[in-house]
Design a protein around this ligand. Structure first.
Ligand code: PLP
Length: 378
């Protein structure tokens, strides 16, 4: 029997990309014994702020934590409604629920899988206190045209930019547009720290709040506490800081970020060109000229999607589905609303293998396999 050798990495839907200096940077932290928040965490925060062109960045232990702390620092809580697309990773919704607020699910634009100004406006209610656009696939979400309306009603914009580190909105970096922006640095994200996340606060006071929330609500830093006999717990907070081990990892990744950005962009364009010859799969557009693409998602016929998924998985190709809609999840049943675009999209989307180590050959291989699977199941 003939066995086919798969191109390297095509079996993984997503994967971290290491540059080579990460292990040494992490190893250098170990003898210091300082594995929690420390000078390297602060160096990482400053490096992020410089890269994004903002005043300050608050590093935390995950992207989910960044969303929770961002919402809390902005004063969102029980009784408040937060508008969020249903088509996102469940983390966005869990963060809203975790602070005691209610998610108000909305539909997305079928071409981009992002919310639009109209979908947001149509969902405003007297209880709306925040809008959480999700920058799906790395694409920025321009809500500038309704910013005045939102501001006038005191509605906050908190961006879930988990997918979008390095992307731009117009000429500005995502994170530098005045919205409260939250990034994830989990293993498969554009920039990884192993696990981690960051908040771009809108003011020094919001930054102070976020720093207090990420470390037990303590008013004093670890260094200050070492030289006093008591400390002040000034408000709520849990242990959510970014460890120095993760910060060391992130500093190396950030130094080489342009390499990753170029590889992701090139790979997405390669997929786009290969997929353009297929009329049975439609590529979700990530605005590649301004984005650092996080994934490569196609829409296929809902009748075929699950079978195509199984066929390709059976061949060892790392396809996935991002994401099963949240309004249909049992945990979020209280907030279910009819969302026809999201329902249909959830049955059609398929994520192709996409990570910086993937070669052009691998992308062509995945598209050829998709094409065959679509023909075989039609
Ligand atoms: C859209 C979105 N939001 C939030 C998160 C949460 O980030 P983290 O895994 O760092 O907690 C993720 C991560 O998978 C995500 O994809």
């Amino acid at each position: 029997m003939q066995t086919t050798t798969l191109p390297a990495g095509v079996g993984q839907n997503a994967s971290p990309f290491l540059h080579g200096g990460e292990a040494a940077a992490i190893a250098a932290v170990l003898p210091t014994g300082q594995y929690g928040h420390g000078p390297l965490t602060e160096r990482f925060e400053q490096a992020l702020a410089q890269y994004l062109g903002v005043e300050d960045v608050v590093a935390v232990s995950s992207g989910t934590t960044a969303l929770v702390i961002g919402l809390q620092a902005a004063g969102i809580g029980p009784g408040d409604e937060v508008i969020v697309p249903s088509l996102t990773f469940c983390a966005s919704v869990q963060a809203i629920v975790a602070v005691g607020a209610a998610p108000r699910f909305i539909d997305v634009d079928p071409a981009t899988l992002c919310v639009t100004s109209d979908s947001v406006l149509g969902a405003l209610s007297p209880n709306t206190r925040a809008v959480m656009p999700v920058l799906y696939g790395g694409r920025s979400v321009g809500l500038d045209s309704i910013r005045d309306v939102l501001d006038a009603r005191g509605i906050l914009l908190i961006e879930d930019a988990a997918h979008a580190f390095g992307s731009r909105t117009g000429t500005r970096m995502v994170g530098s547009t005045g919205a409260l922006t939250c990034f994830s640095f989990d293993p498969i994200k554009n920039l990884t720290t192993g696990q981690g996340g960051a908040i771009v606060p809108r003011s020094p006071e919001e930054a102070r709040q976020a720093r207090s929330l990420r470390l037990f609500g303590l008013a004093q830093s670890g260094k200050e506490r070492a030289s006093i006999t008591s400390y002040a717990v000034e408000g709520p907070g849990l242990r959510s800081e970014l460890s120095q081990i993760n910060a060391a990892f992130g500093l190396v990744q950030l130094e080489h970020f342009s390499t990753v950005a170029a590889k992701r962009t090139h790979l997405w364009r390669t997929y786009r060109d290969a997929l353009s010859k297929l009329d049975t799969a439609a590529l979700i557009d990530v605005d590649v000229d301004r984005s650092v693409p996080f994934n490569c998602v196609v829409r296929v016929s809902a009748d075929q999607r699950d079978t195509v998924f199984e066929v390709m998985r059976g061949q060892g190709i790392g396809v996935g589905v991002h994401y099963p809609p949240n309004h249909a999840q049992p945990a979020f049943a209280t907030w279910h609303r009819p969302l026809p675009v999201t329902d249909e999209t959830g049955r059609q989307i398929l994520s192709l293998p996409f990570h910086p180590a993937l070669s052009e050959e691998a992308a062509h291989f995945a598209v050829a396999a998709l094409s065959r699977a679509l023909r075989a199941t039609s």
